[in-house]
Every structure is written in structure tokens, then in C-alpha cells.
Design a protein around this ligand. Structure first.
Ligand code: PML
Ligand code: MG
Length: 247
């Protein structure tokens, strides 16, 4: 049985990019999810799009990698500074001692559409296109939880980030991922790693700031880097979330 990947992106002349989302669905769900994604593009708070692209591609079931979602823990923080301290602590637990430098390089990802790929040890930037970065794509959540399924008419930061982080850190050459949202009213960020799971940090930036971005920390040789980029951009992944699991 085939599935279909649906990708939506919307923009207008004033704002540029307004909204983007993706799904991997069964044929019988295709129309329903296309219309949900269209609604999401049309109702976005940033404004009305004058361009909407819906891209639909068949995906062979056999190509899909199925992964259990990372375990989630939450660290409550009072402000961005405490949040960054927590990130530094997690980096140290992973044996990464150059945390301060990693945090300062993180800000270079704020202007990028995709993520920065950073050598975890030398801190060399590894993206082939430094302006665009690496866009992890072709992934979705598989769950019986109806609330989570219908969430796709609007952005659910946590669900979408958990799917992305699960895909990204399951690559053997990715040591960790760091993320802060670029949405000015969304201050929760995270660090994810196979060893740590998905560690939510409730306040990782100040309210009102649109400075956000992602860093993928990589360890490996040039050949492994190519394979890793290919995985992040092309491998189809379904992330399984147990409906009983507490959020
Ligand atoms: C984004 O804006 O896409 C990043 C979302 C980060 C979500 C963090 C969380 O709520 O766990
Ligand atoms: Mg955003």
C-alpha cells in the first residue's frame, strides 16, 4: 500500500514565508489532509497568502522508517538565562565541553530557513549552503490520539518538534539537536539526543523575540556527513506516539 507525502507552504509579498507543514498519509486520508493544510495556510495569523504550494508525492510503504517518539522530560526555567544554563548542563552530560561556543554559534542559525549542521568537536559549520541550512523533512506522527491527529489545522509546536527531533537524533552521526522557536510568543525550546531523549526547556528566550533556530550537532567523517544530510532531507519517517502517553 502506498502513502502520500503532502507538503504545504504559503507566502505573500509583504511577509515572505507565512506557513509551512507536512504530512505522510494514507490514500483514503489524502483529500481530508490536503484541505486541513489549505485551511492552515489560509488562516495563519501572519496574513493572507498570495501563493500556496501543495506538493503531493507517492511514498512506497517499504521506504518508511518507523521510530518510537523520544521520551519527553520538561525542565521548568524562570528566564532565558536559566534555560541556557540547562542547555549547557545537558551538553556537558553528552561530553560536549564547548557549550558556551555552541550557544553563541546557535545565533547564526536565526536567519536561516533550515538548521545549522555543526561539527560537535571542531565547531566547523558543515552545511553545503550556509544561507539555507539543512531542512529535515519527510516525516509525520503516527498515533491513535484523535486530538493530536486533528491538530494539523493549526501549528502544534510541540508535536511537530517531537517528530522532527525524533527523526534527527536517530541518525547515528547526530549527537544532539538544539532548538528555539522563531515565533515571538513561543518561548519553550529543547535539546534532544538519543541519550537524553527530548528535553523541553520551558523558557529558553524572552517573550516577543523572533530570534530562533536549530542546530544539529554532528560527529563523523565526510562520507558520513553526506549520508546524514541525505537521511535528514530524504528519508521518510513515521514517528509513533503512544496515545496513553502523558504530554
Ligand atoms: C518551532 O517553532 O517550530 C519550534 C518549536 C519548538 C517546540 C518546543 C516544545 O514545545 O517542546
Ligand atoms: Mg516558526
Amino acid at each position: 500500500m502506498n502513502r502520500y507525502s503532502i507538503k504545504m507552504r504559503a507566502s505573500n509579498k509583504e511577509e515572505g514565508h507565512i506557513s509551512g507543514a507536512e504530512k505522510i498519509v494514507r490514500e483514503k486520508e489524502l483529500e481530508q489532509y490536503c484541505s486541513r493544510l489549505l485551511r492552515r495556510a489560509l488562516d495563519h495569523g501572519k496574513g493572507k497568502p498570495d501563493f500556496i504550494n501543495l506538493k503531493i508525492e507517492a511514498v512506497d510503504e517499504a521506504e518508511i522508517l518507523h521510530l518510537p517518539a523520544l521520551a519527553v522530560t520538561t525542565l521548568e526555567t524562570a528566564d532565558a538565562e536559566e534555560g541556557r544554563e540547562k542547555v549547557l548542563g545537558c551538553l556537558r552530560r553528552l561530553g560536549l565541553e564547548r557549550g558556551e561556543e555552541i550557544l553563541s554559534l546557535w545565533s547564526q542559525s536565526y536567519a536561516m530557513r533550515g538548521a545549522m549542521l555543526l561539527d560537535a568537536d571542531t565547531l566547523e559549520r558543515l552545511e553545503p549552503d550556509a544561507e539555507r541550512g539543512i531542512r529535515a523533512t519527510y516525516m509525520d506522527m503516527e498515533t491513535e490520539d484523535k486530538a493530536r491527529q486533528s491538530a494539523c489545522t493549526g501549528k502544534n509546536h510541540f508535536n511537530e518538534a517531537l517528530v522532527l527531533a525524533t527523526k534527527v537524533v536517530n541518525h547515528p552521526n547526530i549527537v544532539a539537536e538544539l532548538c528555539i522557536s522563531d515565533d515571538p510568543d513561543y518561548v519553550t525550546g529543547y535539546i534532544a539526543a538519543r541519550e537524553l531523549g527530548y528535553v523541553r526547556i520551558t523558557r529558553l528566550k524572552e517573550m516577543g523575540s523572533s530570534q530562533g533556530g536549530r542546530v544539529f550537532l554532528f560527529r563523523g567523517n565526510a562520507q558520513e556527513r553526506e549520508a546524514c544530510i541525505q537521511y535528514l532531507q530524504q528519508q521518510k519517517v513515521l514517528v509513533h506516539v503512544d496515545p496513553e502517553e502523558k504530554r
